[in-house]
Design a protein around this ligand. Structure first.
Ligand SMILES: Cc1cc2nc3c(=O)[nH]c(=O)nc-3n(C[C@H](O)[C@H](O)[C@H](O)COP(=O)(O)OP(=O)(O)OC[C@H]3O[C@@H](n4cnc5c(N)ncnc54)[C@H](O)[C@@H]3O)c2cc1C
Length: 233
């Protein structure tokens, strides 16, 4: 089962990012940037950097998550996000006896598919064990392991990168498992940085258009549709 925990984060992320923006826009020194800012001022500064695309101040706040109960299929997608740091449980050093697996709901809810899935997993687990027993190193025996194999990973992303991650991975068209993870991560950062992540999520929610093009769910017009309406005016 998916488990996500926000392990550590930069203290007062909303205030710190606003302070970095404040330094850019006003004649204050570093002794004053964190002082005398109420939530309204913080929100104003955060809105300003978001609206103008001046997003680099968001890089000063970072968030570290512990994640487990996810598949290797998920972690492979996750680590494609390059503006982040990762530490994943190794299949070279850790012998998986037996290995836990993530079962997609479409499989779990279909008795025949669930039986095929289970049978295949049992077969793989038995063959993996057999290879270990006859002396094949774990780093080679793991070649048998499937995408369904459960994994654990620690991820650190800064707020800018997280915003991008939430934009593409909380979309209803995103693959179900990484979407579940992105929604859980967003819920947790919203508790500690409510202003920074107030307007986070897919572009249909934050900008009123869909970036999925023909694959969109129809909830919001595509950018192409919006542009053609704009160009006709
Ligand atoms: C709907 C969907 C379908 C996908 N399908 C596939 C697929 O079929 N095959 C596949 O291989 N992947 C696929 N991906 C993964 C996708 O290509 C990205 O690797 C992944 O989403 C990470 O996004 P990113 O590169 O924007 O993020 P990050 O790596 O975190 O980068 C963040 C941003 O930094 C900038 N950046 C980072 N590195 C560079 C660079 N080298 N040059 C220029 N700018 C850079 C870009 O602006 C980028 O958006 C898919 C993703 C989605 C959401």
């Amino acid at each position: 089962m998916l488990k996500v925990e926000l392990l550590r984060y930069t203290p007062e992320p909303d205030r710190l990012v606003a302070a970095a923006a404040r330094l850019c826009y006003s004649a204050v020194g570093i002794d004053q940037i964190l002082e005398n800012m109420d939530s309204e001022q913080i929100q104003k500064l955060l809105n300003r950097i978001r609206e103008s695309g001046h997003e680099s101040p968001m890089e000063h706040a970072s968030f570290t998550f512990g994640i487990e109960g996810v598949s290797r299929a998920l972690t492979h997608q996750l680590v494609r996000h390059r503006i982040a740091s990762y530490s994943q449980q190794s299949q070279r050093y850790v012998k998986l006896k037996p290995f836990d697996k993530v079962v997609p709901p479409t499989v779990a809810n279909h008795p025949e598919a669930a039986a095929i899935f289970q049978e295949t997993m049992d077969q793989i687990a038995a063959s993996y064990q057999r290879l270990l027993e006859i002396g094949i190193p774990a780093e080679d025996a793991r070649f048998l392991l499937p995408n369904a194999c459960e994994s654990k990973i620690v991820v650190t992303m800064n707020a800018r990168s997280l915003m991008h991650f939430f934009e593409i991975r909380t979309c209803v068209r995103a693959q179900w498992e990484i979407r579940q993870l992105a929604l859980a991560m967003r819920e947790q950062v919203k508790k500690v940085a409510p202003l920074l992540f107030k307007l986070s999520g897919p572009t249909c929610e934050t900008h009123g258009y869909c970036r999925e093009g023909k694959m969109g769910c129809g909830r919001a017009p595509s950018l192409e549709t919006l542009m053609s309406c704009f160009n006709k005016q």
